[in-house]
Design a protein around this ligand. Structure first.
Ligand code: HPA
Ligand code: ZN
Length: 341
């Protein structure tokens, strides 16, 4: 196969050299156990683990809810503006090391405001680190505020109200947390208001939930991207529609493996998605919990599916095409990929 790789090292080097964007990353899910301990000590917060090894051993999940329970507990160590800065700065350094040139990251304000942390504190820490990453690495960034779908629409409305003074720093709104039983329809009105404010719209759909949730995200929320979207593949007409509309899917291979969305990485549907004409991208979701940042996600799925150079280039191009960058910036990044291959 002329387009293939002779060795895994060759494939890893090719992936590492590709300029990439990350479009599906929960900043709270990049909290590494070492920083969790440091912040627990800094803020005098008790955590139910004695060592970093014990924390990592607890990261064995059989579904999304298993993970979410420990994810919300983990973010409890985040208190001050400096904590949110340090969390975000650590992620930006890891992304830069993977040659990620642009990031569009999620944060979960309700996971903090419900613990008494001010919205302003969260946003100040995150944006200070993003600005630093722009200056240090030339990395561009956008911020997406997610509503927790296990909470009510009224609580999402209140969170959107709290965000109003900060809309110059927020590009979009998303929908995350426990999917099944909390369909997009539950949030139709708050997303309509967000659209009216000029915000971009994304939603987790089809991770554990059925294809009908993906259709609701399209029809009722008016999404610009679908986060995950795996279960769309069960509905051939939906797949054709997503392909025809050029809808971007932010796919997360190691997350899918750790949350048992796939039983084996060799069963991952990424190539099926590409072959169906879907604009799939590769992302890390919650890298501290799922075992790898962007390059590790590309490498795991590329090795398992024997992805070609062409397929890897398509994935990297999709990450910029599917971003919320303007056309000139997209063109610059696509030219950089072209130059690198
Ligand atoms: N799915 C839903 N909610 C989440 C996730 C996810 O993968 N990560 C953090 N919150
Ligand atoms: Zn996610």
């Amino acid at each position: 196969m002329p387009d293939g790789f002779a060795t895994r090292d060759e494939r890893a080097a090719f992936i590492a050299a590709l300029p990439k964007a990350e479009l599906h990353l929960h900043i709270e899910g990049s909290l590494e156990p070492e920083l969790m301990f440091e912040l627990a000590q800094r803020n005098n917060v008790a955590i139910p683990f004695a060592s970093v090894e014990e924390v990592r051993a607890a990261y064995a999940f059989s579904n999304l809810q298993d993970f979410l329970d420990i994810y919300y507990q983990g973010m409890g160590v985040l208190h001050t503006e400096q904590d949110f800065h340090d969390l975000t700065a650590a992620y930006c350094a890891r992304a830069n090391a993977d040659n990620v040139r642009h990031i569009e990251i999620f944060f979960d304000p309700q996971g903090h405001t419900e613990r008494g942390i001010a919205f302003a504190t969260v946003i100040a820490g995150i944006t200070r680190a993003l600005d630093d990453a722009g200056a240090r690495y030339g990395m561009s960034s956008k911020l997406i505020m997610c509503f927790l779908r296990h909470l009510s629409e009224a609580e999402a409305e209140a969170t959107l109200d709290e965000a109003l003074p900060f809309l110059d720093r927020i590009t979009g709104v998303g929908l995350d947390s426990s999917e099944v039983g909390h369909p997009p329809a539950k949030f139709e009105r708050v997303f309509a208001r967000a659209r009216g404010l000029g915000l971009k719209i994304v939603a987790h759909a089809g991770e554990e939930g059925p294809p009908a949730y993906v259709r609701e995200a399209l029809d009722l929320l008016g999404v610009d991207r679908i986060d995950h979207g795996n279960r769309s593949l069960e509905d051939a007409a939906l797949v054709r529609r997503l392909a025809d509309e050029g809808m971007t899917l932010t796919v997360c291979p190691l997350s899918n493996l750790k949350l048992c969305v796939v039983n084996d990485i060799a069963d991952h549907p990424l190539r099926t998605m590409l072959d169906a004409g879907l604009r799939a991208t590769v992302n890390s979701d919650d890298p501290s919990y799922f075992g790898g940042y962007v390059n590790a996600n590309y490498l795991a799925v590329a090795n398992a599916l024997d992805l070609s150079r062409d397929e890897l280039v398509t994935l990297a191009c999709n990450s910029f095409t599917g971003s919320f960058l303007d056309d000139a910036a997209k063109a610059r990044h696509l030219a950089a990929i072209e130059a690198c291959v």
